[in-house]
Design a protein around this ligand. Structure first.
Ligand SMILES: Cc1cc2nc3c(=O)[nH]c(=O)nc-3n(C[C@H](O)[C@H](O)[C@H](O)COP(=O)(O)OP(=O)(O)OC[C@H]3O[C@@H](n4cnc5c(N)ncnc54)[C@H](O)[C@@H]3O)c2cc1C
Length: 535
């Protein structure tokens, strides 16, 4: 049977995603929404259109059995899944592909691949699921490298050991979300870290990018689940101790969590696990606007109720996901537990929402067991839209729209002014650069000291200039975001796309220390050049 292949031009496997009729339906909806004429769909590139430069290097004989250089493999690994990536793919711009893709079978292979790259002056870029939205997995465009090798970790896909007493597991870094959860299921455990990209992102990628998952409060980032790490660097293997906590100096794990492939290849991690939830309680609460909802969310976060979900959708975002009528903001609130009913928690959260003008449906204050849990109503609509969205991204790009997101975090004392200014700036930039479009916002995560607002821009593009239009909008909003004290990313990582603003956000002394760590671990600067720092 033929192997199921990933699309090199979009999200998912080749047999997944909308059919032509569904794409045309989306085109008609988009045209109607923004008052545009007929939107033409550019077809995705066929494999026969992949005319690439010849590989500049080939793998040595000793690595030939784990290396490939087909056009499909080279292109699949040369782009992440951001709007800029999709537009370049639909433009048939394959001007800077990897030369070789390596598929190590074990850690020893990772060591051998890095030795080859180090000795031959080849850029080496770790690849997990390839879902980067910040230009994190592509070959460097500059530098005196003799070639570039993508290191695909998908063969390192196993749960190796489960410690039931400590509720932790030793897991290989290349495993994708669904395969990881399947391997933990027989033990009654789950990783319970569900980024929207869960289906096609890996444990190593989550750790390397400090991804943000399913929990809207408390355990927001992957950092909270990492117990220890094992990393292959060009100068040797580093492994940290398994500990539930430690005050022994700066944390070695913290140096590699978020290192985006520039310091080493994460091959394994001991991860803290969760029991599979049995009890759930949830509600969709409506508020007059995002500011009223934000007040309620702040109080819920500061009351240490720790809801698993506490997402606030502004009226536009609620309308787009089918969770609201476009007039009101919606808070999608959910508690979950493997241990106890949640009536007291949802009741207290509902009380707080009401105190801030929230309208709470009567059936909200009730725990359901996993078996009765349905995903209906506004929360269900939001969930379905959330899970479907990745499959529509390439169609939106194929229609010539400008569509992207920016996400950040800010303390509560600055939130209201920050949100007003960011929305105004983004709306004006969209109007000036694109003419017609929308800017919407939701909170993906909330903390006792502030929210993580996530903005979505959808606008009509000019064929052939969509990337340039987005870059102009992005520069304007990113400049303001940094000026107002936000972070250039809350969970999407820095990669190459956020570099100019990350450089301004990061303290200079820290930049020097990071460069020194890079020199020590990767003296020939082969690992992911241009990401986070200049080599
Ligand atoms: C539709 C969509 C939805 C998304 N939703 C979320 C979300 O909800 N939350 C979130 O945080 N992010 C999200 N992202 C961004 C992306 O999925 C995350 O950054 C994710 O953690 C990347 O994992 P990956 O395995 O795909 O990594 P890749 O894209 O393969 O790599 C990302 C970076 O990590 C490095 N890397 C990968 N594996 C390793 C390793 N083993 N060792 C060292 N370095 C490594 C790469 O070199 C690269 O710099 C989304 C992206 C898309 C396209």
């Amino acid at each position: 049977m033929a192997e199921r292949r990933r699309k090199f031009w979009g999200w998912g496997y080749e047999d997944q995603g909308p059919n032509l009729e569904q794409k045309q339906h989306l085109a008609a909806r988009m045209a109607k929404r923004f008052g545009l004429g007929t939107l033409e769909l550019t077809p995705p590139p066929a494999e026969s259109e992949l005319k690439l430069r010849a590989p500049r290097v080939s793998a040595p004989d000793s690595l030939a059995d784990i290396c490939v250089s087909s056009a499909y493999e080279r292109v699949l690994h040369s782009y992440g899944r951001d709007f800029r990536d999709l537009v370049r793919i639909f433009r048939r711009d394959f001007s800077n592909p990897f030369d070789v893709v390596a598929y190590p079978r074990d850690e020893a292979d990772v060591v051998r691949v890095l030795e080859w790259c180090d000795g031959a002056k080849l850029a080496a870029v770790p690849f997990g699921g390839g879902s980067s939205v910040v230009g994190g997995v592509e070959p460097p465009a500059r530098g005196d490298y003799r070639g570039a090798v993508s290191i695909d970790l998908s063969r390192l896909g196993k749960v190796l050991e489960v410690d039931k007493l400590s509720r932790a597991a030793r897991i290989q870094a290349g495993v994708l979300g669904p395969a990881l959860d399947e391997q933990l299921r027989p033990y009654g455990y789950t990783i319970r870290h569900f980024p929207q990209s869960f289906e096609f992102s890996s444990l190593g990628g989550w750790i390397a990018t400090r991804s943000g998952g399913h929990f809207a409060t408390n355990y927001t980032h992957i950092d909270d689940f990492v117990e220890s790490l094992r990393i292959v660097t060009p100068t040797g293997i580093i492994e940290s101790r398994r500990l539930p906590g430690s005050g022994a100096g700066p944390s070695p794990d913290r140096m590699f969590i978020g290192s985006e492939g520039i310091l080493g290849v994460i091959t394994e991690a001991w991860m803290r696990l969760q029991d599979r939830p049995k009890f759930r309680a949830g509600a969709s609460v409506t508020f007059k606007d995002i500011f009223a909802a934000a007040e309620a969310v702040r109080v819920i976060a500061q009351a240490a109720l720790f809801p698993a979900n506490c997402r606030v959708l502004d009226p536009g975002e609620a309308l787009n996901s089918g969770a609201g009528n476009g007039e009101e903001a919606v808070m999608v609130l959910a508690f979950e537990s493997a241990d106890h009913p949640l009536d007291a928690w949802i009741a207290r959260a509902a009380e707080i929402c009401k105190a801030y003008g929230g309208k709470v449906p009567d059936d909200a204050i009730k725990t359901r067991t996993e078996a009765d849990a349905t995903h209906g109503g506004a929360a269900g609509a939001w969930r379905n839209a959330f899970l479907n969205a990745p499959y529509l991204m390439d169609t939106v790009a194929a229609l010539g729209m400008v569509s992207n997101t920016f996400e950040t975090a800010i303390t509560w004392d600055r939130f209201a002014d920050f949100h007003r200014q960011m929305t105004q700036c983004a709306t004006q930039a969209v109007k000036r650069v694109c003419g017609k479009g929308s800017v919407t916002c939701r909170f993906t995560h909330v903390y006792p000291d502030g929210p993580a607002p996530y903005y979505t821009i959808l606008a009509s593009g000019r064929r052939g200039s969509e990337i340039e239009q987005w870059d102009e909008i992005k520069a304007e909003i990113s400049d303001l975001l940094i000026k107002l004290g936000g972070t250039i990313t809350h969970h999407h990582a820095v990669g190459r796309y956020h570099r100019p603003w990350y450089d301004r956000q990061r303290p200079e002394g820290f930049a020097r220390a990071l460069r020194a760590a890079k020199r020590e671990l990767d003296p020939h600067a082969i690992l992911n050049p241009g990401v986070l720092i200049d080599p």
